[in-house]
Ligand binder design. Sequence first.
Ligand code: ATP
Ligand code: MG
Length: 158
Amino acid sequence: EWVEFNHFFNAIIDRFEFSKSQNVYFKRLLPSLDLFVEIDADKMTQVIDNIISNALKYSPDGGGIRFGVIMADNFIKVMISDDGMGIPKANVNRIFDRFYRADRARSRAMGGTGLGLAIAREMIMAHCGEIWAESEEGEGTTIFFTLPFEIQEDGEWD
Ligand code: ATP
Ligand code: MG
């Protein structure tokens, strides 16, 4: 279905912002433009839910989570960035593997199965997008994903 991405993304962020129990602030950097994308809204909600719950899970007290959307010619790039403990460089790409968890001891304490990001990658690929992570140990993690997008030309209905 066709969804205006900023509205869709804001509603998900709101849900987390209203219900979070941690002392973590949210900062949104979303363009004030209509960005219509054709997505499976339920599946995309699952993807974003997992990325935000990971960010919250690994955020320190007083840390922040930043939400951004950038528009390019034929895709939008979404980013969700935290101030958490980060992921060792050698393992950053492995977080999208099934059952992979960066630190066994800490992961056991945090709960979860290690499937969230593997499912997210499958869903983003099914939408013809890409997903990746950049992380600095002790500094934080940013998850990026792209979705195909076409700029709507005003007044053209053919
Ligand atoms: P599930 O999502 O199935 O409940 P999970 O959160 O452990 O379990 P994923 O979401 O797939 O699984 O994440 C895989 C692993 O990647 C995590 O266990 C964690 O080690 C690491 N990871 C993911 N996001 C972050 C983050 N924002 N900061 C630090 N580590 C992260
Ligand atoms: Mg997860």
